[in-house]
Design a binder for this molecule. Structure first.
Ligand code: ADP
Length: 190
């Protein structure tokens, strides 16, 4: 099993590149944002708890997302590997993921960290806000909050993986295909 984390700030292109990576390598895509939006759509208690936090640009509690990921790992026992997208978003989530993968006798091969300049991120998110239909994309104040949460809570996750020498920085600017080519060359050499 070969597992990767796709890492980067909101707007760095994780969702777009995930689709291409899973198609290319037969990985299972585990996006906590997508899983949470599904819970909201289905009106589950978990979805109700998550919804107001997401609308404010805040994180959903660690134990909630860790529980979702644990469930997803258990329902895909024969997977080739997983691509984690939008998870882990805190150091506590990263440690919990390591424990879950150790129990399954596997590990994270590399953290693919998309590097995008802050002005470019804001421009992309404004554009996405016009089309995605996501309330947390449309409001500039919520976008700023999400960037703050990223810097304070999520960026330390890169330092955590740095300790294990797992971080691969990839230029996340350019065309979708250019960025994908860069990702492929890292995935195929790590
Ligand atoms: P983006 O790709 O724009 O960064 P996501 O779709 O990954 O956004 O996540 C949307 C929202 O869902 C986040 O702002 C947060 O409220 C919640 N969320 C997603 N993943 C996690 C996570 N791993 N931990 C806590 N909250 C999360």
């Amino acid at each position: 099993m070969t597992n990767f984390v796709l890492f980067g700030p909101p707007g760095s292109g994780k969702g777009t590149q995930s689709e291409k990576l899973i198609a290319q390598y037969g990985l299972i895509h585990l996006s906590t944002g997508d899983l949470l939006r599904k819970e909201i759509k289905n009106g589950t208690p978990l979805g109700k708890e998550a919804e107001s936090l997401m609308q404010k640009g805040q994180l959903v509690p660690d134990e909630v997302v860790i529980g979702m990921i644990a469930g997803a790992l258990d329902s895909n026992l024969n997977a080739n590997g997983f691509l984690f997208d939008g998870f882990p978003r805190t150091v506590a989530q990263a440690k919990a993921l390591d424990n879950l993968l150790t129990l399954k006798k596997t590990h994270i091969k590399a953290v693919l960290f998309l590097q995008v300049d802050e002005d470019e991120l804001i421009a992309r998110l404004v554009k996405r806000g016009e089309t995605s239909g996501r309330a947390d994309d449309a409001d500039p104040a919520v976008q700023r909050k999400r960037q703050d949460v990223y810097k304070n809570e999520t960026l330390p996750v890169a330092d955590y993986y740095e300790n294990f020498d797992k971080v691969q920085r990839i230029d996340g600017e350019g065309s979708i295909d250019e960025i994908f080519e860069r990702l492929k060359s890292v995935v195929e050499t790590v």
